[in-house]
Design a protein around this ligand. Sequence first.
Ligand code: BTN
Length: 234
Amino acid sequence: MERLLHFKELDSTNLYLKTHHAKLPEKTIVTADQQTAGRGRDNREWVSRPGGLYFSVLLKPSKIDFSPNFTQLMALCVCYAAETWGLSPVLKWPNDVLINNQKLCGILSEAVAAHNQVQALVLGVGLNVAQEDLSHVGQPAVSLKNLRVELTPQEVLQTILDFFWRDYPALEKHGFETIRNAYKKRFAFLGKEIAVKNGQETLFGAAEELSPRGTLLLNTAQGLKEIYIGDLIV
Ligand code: BTN
């Protein structure tokens, strides 16, 4: 069903799939033991040394209502996996997974478009597995090994993918509603005062609700605002 391509080293697994998407089947997974040009959101560097899990999934959904929903599903599946290892992860909307306020996993999703049409989505996941020193990360970060969960990146990958392929068909067909309750349960910031940064703009307010589409409703001094994308600052 899925095709797995593994590399010892790549520039970036996302870049690989963006370059080769046209000749690869949907559900192709690319992993690399290390990346020389790993990228995070907002074009930040994602340092990708051996010991971490770096993979990207190629999706060609038959229907896209709101493309960030696929990333939200992946973040949720990372939570499900972490829960099977006895951890208590939380989601930082839209797609970071934190444990004890430290980042375990980040996801970068990119759309490949032609003639104004999305041809494919590439979901790239970086998860701290066996690294001991994460002091290079510009924010508090934690690995599974730091949390005394000893697994190989391959084992971590397989657990996440099992959840992802289980829930993907329903999300593709029926949208965010299929995962909204599960996502909300793990979304630690509902009701809290937060800031959301999108490019140069930062909005302040209380995280009021997650809409049926998966957007964030922020209660600001200027009224309720629907946020489609951004970084939470808490
Ligand atoms: C973030 O939190 O900023 C997202 C980080 C995403 C990193 C992953 S590692 C695998 C894939 N390849 C990349 O170059 N980036 C993503």
